[in-house]
Design a protein around this ligand. Sequence first.
Ligand SMILES: [Mg+2]
Length: 256
Amino acid sequence: MPPHYSFQKLMDGIGKHPVFFFDFDGTLVELASTPDKVKFKPITKYILENLANIFPVGIISGRCLSDLQKMIAIDGIFYAGNHGVEVEGPGLSFIEPNTSRFRYLILNLLDELKAKLSSYNPLIEDKIYAIGIHYRTIDPLRVNDFLFEVTKILETPLNKNEIKVLNGKKVIEVKPPVEWNKGNSVKIILKHLKNDYAPFYFGDDLTDEFAFETVNELKGTSVLISNRNSLTKAKFILGSSNELMGILAQIISEYQ
Ligand SMILES: [Mg+2]
């Protein structure tokens, strides 16, 4: 298990040009039963706005870009949606070039999933270039059956290499079979910023491991938000998003 992160460790790693990257769900907000129920607290928004006045900030999420921008609504920061496939920010607008042609397949698969899984009443989220199949709200006694049905539906396109499947926290993500992850979007944003930037990345989920890896390669700082004993590539661990906010508030008062 990595060592506990602290304000002092942040100061030790800050260097000349830090950039702060955050995952959203589970990192900046507590997870909720469905993605639309999360609460982006005013204090968190206030801290991020202040941080973004001092350093570049990027938010990198599995949510689709438009949803992410609507939820956070802070000007002048970078947003990466769909695990980094869509990236926007000051002077930057990027979409992973192999992804857009999968929209037709995603729409067909959405119809099939909704029709065949209706008895479970799951949340099946159209993320434009991905599908989120959420099962947090499904009766625990039926979850196994549900997952079996999902696997059956996804089997053919998966075998034909038309999709790939990622497992998150009570969500199955269906994505185009494009080699792209949150780490790639970190690189896109850093390249856009040009200077010799030192990235910090804070995330809580398996999909953040890609970004931890990238940030470690770039000699940056990777921090897992987790209260469990987790196997991770992150260099440090923090117990909660509240702890993270405390550290950020300290760094802001140091630099303001
Ligand atoms: Mg997360």
